[in-house]
Write a protein of this length. Structure first.
Length: 294
């Protein structure tokens, strides 16, 4: 299992980056329309040969140079054929603890926040981020080992089992009765490597229509509800999509000068073509009137 931890330093130049190692790709960017990683969220994806998990928006007690609260992002990735039972238990315990942290009162201590802050004292964060990732290799490897050991010590939070609903695709508020237990059950199935599926805690969705086209296969979605959506929304069925399961498409980069895909007729080339067409029609009309007998 590969472990990557991201945060930022206090000085302005030390922006968000990974402390120990970077994932091969920023696969979570494909979900930018449905979740903001600077706020609490959880993404999990199982492809035919690997699984990927992101826990993000975990707050730190540290702040940057202007007093903005700093957060952590943890990325875990593994191949199905190389994932041990201990790795699966670690991910499930992490997910249950994160969801319990979100359910606690605002002023109550958060377990994951305290864990990451204990692993990442401010001077060490600044030192690692100030150096290129290719340097301080031994220190970064030691940090990875320390993170793994700390995560292995996270105790899972028990949740009361929910009645079996039998839905392959569903969405529910995080506080809905039985929703978290059903979510963790789906995550356990996802980590088993038996199918391509996804399970997410999202913070930019408020209804089923927001995620209906997110993924064609088995899909479980919890609505975080911190600022968008109802965290107590009852469980609802998502429509079945006909397309074969597959990873979401990468975000389409914005066009020049803020052009929008659905407004292509507003581009300068399109407007010039439209103007030329109108001029030709007007000229044809004038010629027809000129030659028409009175």
């Amino acid at each position: 299992m590969r472990i990557h931890l991201r945060t930022r330093g206090a000085p302005r130049p030390l922006d968000y980056d990974f402390l120990n190692s970077r994932p091969v790709s920023r696969w979570w960017d494909a979900y930018s329309d449905v979740t903001a990683t600077e706020r609490p969220c959880f993404l999990s994806v199982a492809d035919h040969d690997q699984w990927r998990v992101l826990v993000s928006g975990v707050p730190s007690v540290r702040t940057d140079s202007v007093g903005t609260l700093i957060f952590y992002t943890l990325v875990l990735e593994g191949a199905h054929d190389g994932t041990t039972a201990e790795d699966r238990a670690l991910v499930l315990a992490l997910a249950s603890r994160w969801l319990a942290d979100l359910d606690s009162h605002r002023d109550e201590p958060k377990a994951l926040s305290a864990l990451f802050d204990s692993l990442c004292p401010a001077p060490e964060v600044d030192r690692l981020l100030a150096a290129p990732l290719s340097e301080l290799t031994a220190d970064r490897e030691e940090l990875t080992a320390t993170i793994r050991a700390a995560l292995a010590g996270v105790e899972p939070v028990p949740y009361e089992s929910a009645p079996e609903h039998g839905l392959d695709r569903w969405i529910a508020g995080r506080d809905a009765p039985g929703a978290v237990a059903a979510f963790l059950n789906r995550l356990s199935e996802l980590l088993s490597g038996e199918e391509e599926s996804q399970a997410h805690l999202l913070n930019l969705v408020s209804e089923a229509a927001d995620v209906a086209d997110l993924f064609p296969g088995r899909l479980a979605v919890l609505v975080e509800g911190g600022q968008v959506g109802d965290p107590a929304m009852p469980l609802r069925k998502l429509p079945t999509l006909k397309a074969p399961p597959g990873p979401p498409a990468a975000p389409v980069p914005p066009g020049p000068a803020g052009a929008r895909p659905k407004a292509g007729w507003r581009t300068p080339m399109s407007l010039a073509s439209l103007a030329a067409l109108v001029l030709l029609l007007a000229l044809a009309g004038v010629l027809w009137i000129w030659e028409a007998p009175f």
